[in-house]
Design a protein around this ligand. Sequence first.
Ligand code: AP5
Ligand code: MG
Length: 246
Amino acid sequence: MSRLLRPARVLLLGPPGSGKGTQTERLRKQFEIPSISSGDILRHHIKDGTEIGQLASSIINQGKLLPDAVMTKVVASELRRRHWLSPSTSWLLDGFPRTHAQAEMLDAQELEPANAGMNLVVELQVPEDAMLNRITNRLVHVPSGRVYNLTYNPPKVRGRDDITGEPLSRRPDDDPAVFRKRLKEYRACTEPLVEYYKKSGDVLWSVAGETSDVIYAQLEREVVRRFGESVDESAEMDSEAAGAAD
Ligand code: AP5
Ligand code: MG
């Protein structure tokens, strides 16, 4: 575990099943950066039966995107609630913004006035058949957003979350036909979004790989290169001592 020396405000962009949630979780643990996933927020709304949840449910199950203004309002209120709109905070966004209009609204209405612009946008590139294979084997714990895969990172107890022991579920949009629609939407929206970030200084960084381990190693290096790190020596010594005792 380590800490970054400079505030990192990071967006993870990538098609369905590319590992945004998986990489976010690893960065969150490694550098103690808090995160928001737009998909997880919507799944919470669906579970709680809110007005947004009712709107989101049918849109998500068709593989389409929620209206830009709705999505921006939902995430912006979360950023404000967490007091993240400041130049000194670090955070990760998983899955928002994902259209050019969302990025413009977020920047103009929230980040620029707070002097808290995004300083790293990571584009994950994974082969399509690997992504389809992953989502058809995915299980999720909706309350926390933790994701599992029946082959890659299965839960310790079948069908149960490792931390809470609560039941895991399959996402209704994790079906091959809906996956193809999500992928089509992603491709249509991403090109303009990537172009937008290309014009925002040196923030865009793309990484390709077949596995999350290969991608994570490069991502970790890039984060450290950009933001610097100070290693938590007590945690290192604890883990070395634990290793020696094994
Ligand atoms: P969202 O929940 O963001 O879905 P998504 O973008 O389709 O991405 P996923 O969550 O499916 O994939 P991921 O990249 O997080 O992959 P993961 O790490 O889980 O959004 C859902 C919907 O909400 C959207 O379709 C839209 O309708 C709506 N929405 C959300 N944001 C919106 C916005 N901004 N605007 C409008 N609408 C919005 O990995 C996938 C699986 O692979 C997991 O099971 C994982 O364990 C496994 N895995 C990871 N790495 C490996 C590996 N190396 N080998 C094998 N398995 C692996
Ligand atoms: Mg996800």
